[in-house]
Design a binder for this molecule. Structure first.
Ligand code: HEC
Length: 169
């Protein structure tokens, strides 16, 4: 009984002598690791944010803005014009394939004598003048529309029309 007790005590002493420093070491290792992780995490996050997000955001913003503005401007024309192949004429003619076309030449629409006699060929330049002030460009036109005055809005609408009236192959 006595020998067992002393043996146990000796064992306990031995284990505590070995384990205490080991315990300290592991504790130090763990706490220093934890510090490293804490330090690295934020810098890693900042790096990924500054590398990826700004470029992606500016790109998508640009394309989206142009489309959105052009589409919004077309609301002013949509009451009178369709843009796609085979769609009906409304108050105004269908504008499918309008770029490069001579004015007043779409079949099935009754144009004014004024537009027929104008000799205009529709390009970015002539459509800009037209949408800015139709009656100023072609006096006596049937198109009752005040006009879009802001250059930025004209450009966006022209881009939108070019895309939407493109001839299908
Ligand atoms: C109130 C109805 C109305 C609105 C709104 C309108 N248009 Fe027109 N548009 C017409 C009519 C009518 C004509 C035919 C004019 C003529 O014969 O003198 C026409 C003609 C045109 C033509 C010439 C087509 C051709 O075949 O030569 C273009 C291009 C055009 N419009 C673009 C637009 C755009 C772009 C807008 C919007 C900014 C717009 N229109 C808004 C009624 C409208």
């Amino acid at each position: 009984m006595i020998t067992l007790k002393t043996k146990n005590k000796k064992l306990n002493l031995k284990t505590s002598k070995i384990f205490y420093p080991l315990f300290l070491l592991t504790f130090l290792l763990i706490s220093s690791c934890g510090q490293k992780e804490k330090k690295e995490e934020p810098t890693f996050n900042i790096k990924t944010e500054s590398k990826t997000t700004p470029i992606a955001e500016t790109n998508s913003d640009k394309t989206q803005n142009t489309n959105v503005l052009g589409k919004r401007m077309f609301i002013a024309c949509a009451a009178c014009h369709n843009l796609k192949k085979g769609e009906a004429h409304k108050v105004g003619p269908n504008l499918y394939g309008i770029f490069g076309k001579k004015s007043a030449t779409t079949e099935g629409f009754e144009y004014s004598e004024a537009l027929k006699a104008s000799g205009i060929t529709w390009s970015e330049e002539t459509i800009r003048k037209w949408m800015q002030d139709p009656a100023g460009y072609v006096p006596q036109t049937k198109m009752a529309f005040v006009g879009i005055k802001k250059e930025e809005q004209q450009t966006a609408l022209i881009e939108y029309l070019k895309e939407e009236t493109k001839i299908e192959e």
